[in-house]
Design a protein around this ligand. Sequence first.
Ligand code: NAD
Length: 297
Amino acid sequence: MIRFDGRTAIVTGAGNGLGRSHALMLAARGCNVVVNDLGGSVSGEGASVSAAQAVVDEITAKGGKAMAHGANVTKADEVADMVETAIATFGAVDILVNNAGILRDKSFSKMTEEDFRLVLDVHLMGSMICTKAVWDHMKERNYGRIAMTSSSSGLYGNFGQSNYGAAKMGLVGLMNVLQIEGAKYDIRVNTLAPTAHTRMTEGLIPEAALELMTPESVSAGLVYLVSEDAPKRTILAAGAGGYAAAKIYETPGIYLKPEDQTPDKVAEHFERITAPEGQQELTDGSGQTLKFLAYAA
Ligand code: NAD
């Protein structure tokens, strides 16, 4: 059985929905949990620590250990205070679950720059700020488990979510780089792509599917992603009891001689360029450059 005795996790946005469920499941398996939540609405208005405190009360009533913190993940000083308090209370931070998020959906024509920036700020910058706040601490301790929360909206697209989709795919890029930089300190970085019935998906999911789409089914995947034997650099899609890995592949492509390096030749060979046979998952950016240089050699 996967256990977290003696470990401490910060779960952001854990006053509701998926974060709450992650926090409860980690605590039930022996983890000390910092339940972070700003306590705002789905679109990010307002603030109150009562949502986080209610989850802490649930955990402690079941014999678990938890503390609430109302840090806004976009504010580095508030996040620093949360990390300091967590270390003072529990001794260390071993796990960070970047889960906090908001929505400001609009078709791109109607999307304001402000709504675009705000959604990027909470999801992408918020995850960066929280990760930065624990990064050196994890490096010093040679241990860390970090989860980002992406979305099928970012991986594959969803109408009206240009801000959210950009932020959610940005988190995949952040994971890819941090996994490389953190590897030698046993910091493992993974990404969850959940789908669940929460206040965020209210009215978007057909009634019949709601009962299947429990936050707990998603948390089972998330808890594995931050466990001792966690995988690395995995995008785990989870929802309604389904679990799958989302991957980015690159086709072998073709080589064009200098005289053929024209838009017309690219168009002419486009079918072969995009043909999936032999496609590969590359593990760092230089893999692509080396592949192309080998073609040219
Ligand atoms: P939710 O609205 O129920 O919970 C999000 C929580 O984040 C809220 O409690 C909110 O107060 C908190 N939060 C928002 N801004 C914050 C900030 N600046 N600082 C601290 N806390 C903040 O939503 P949810 O469905 O549980 O979503 C959790 C995560 O999963 C989000 O990142 C969301 O984008 C992602 N996600 C959810 C689904 C789904 O189907 N529910 C699908 C894909 C991705």
